[in-house]
Design a protein around this ligand. Structure first.
Ligand SMILES: [Zn+2]
Length: 175
């Protein structure tokens, strides 16, 4: 679930920001000022508001074994501070600032990996004139793990790509 959430987030973030380095964002200043610092701060605060056991209410219970149906009241959910509205949960545990920062960095790394592979595969497909109306499949050396091959397929009917690196745990996506 976490991975799906991260990927969904990637789709809304656009591309071209892989060079940003969050670690320098807050150095030497107490208040976020640049757009990247504000985005960083907002994301970290959001992470800190979500219980570490939360998996999404499409599941029946969280990682601490609490059934969402029991935990939630009318329109309330203690797992997410913005929806808690006074509701509480004995098992609720919110990330510390350091934990949230670590989570943020992991997300950034994942986003950068995805973005790099996405761009390389699309460049490769474009060079081979694959796209809407002319589907095709091929592979290229994976720019992320640098050891496996990144296989992709472009659907003729909409030009969307499915891609997966052969290395376990490396990048994959469906558009
Ligand atoms: Zn790879």
């Amino acid at each position: 679930m976490k991975r799906e959430k991260d990927l969904a987030r990637m789709d809304t973030m656009g591309e071209g920001n892989t060079s940003r380095t969050a670690s320098t964002d807050v150095a030497g200043s107490d208040r976020p000022t640049t757009p990247n610092q504000k985005r960083h701060e907002a994301r970290v605060e959001k992470i800190m508001c979500h219980c570490v056991h939360f998996t999404g209410v499409q599941h029946s219970a969280c990682e601490a074994g609490i059934a969402y149906a029991d935990a939630r009241g009318a329109g309330k959910l203690p797992c997410l501070r913005e929806y808690a509205d006074g509701a509480t949960c004995d098992k609720a545990q919110f990330p510390t600032r350091d934990e949230a920062e670590a989570e943020y960095q992991a997300e950034e790394t994942m986003y950068a990996r995805h973005s790099l592979a996405h761009r390389a595969a699309h460049d490769d497909a474009k060079a081979k004139r694959f796209g809407k109306g002319q589907g095709g499949a091929d592979s290229l050396p994976c720019p992320v793990c640098k050891t496996g091959r990144l296989y992709y397929r472009v659907a003729a009917y909409n030009g969307h790509m499915h891609a997966k690196c052969e290395t376990d745990g490396c990048v994959q996506w469906m558009e």
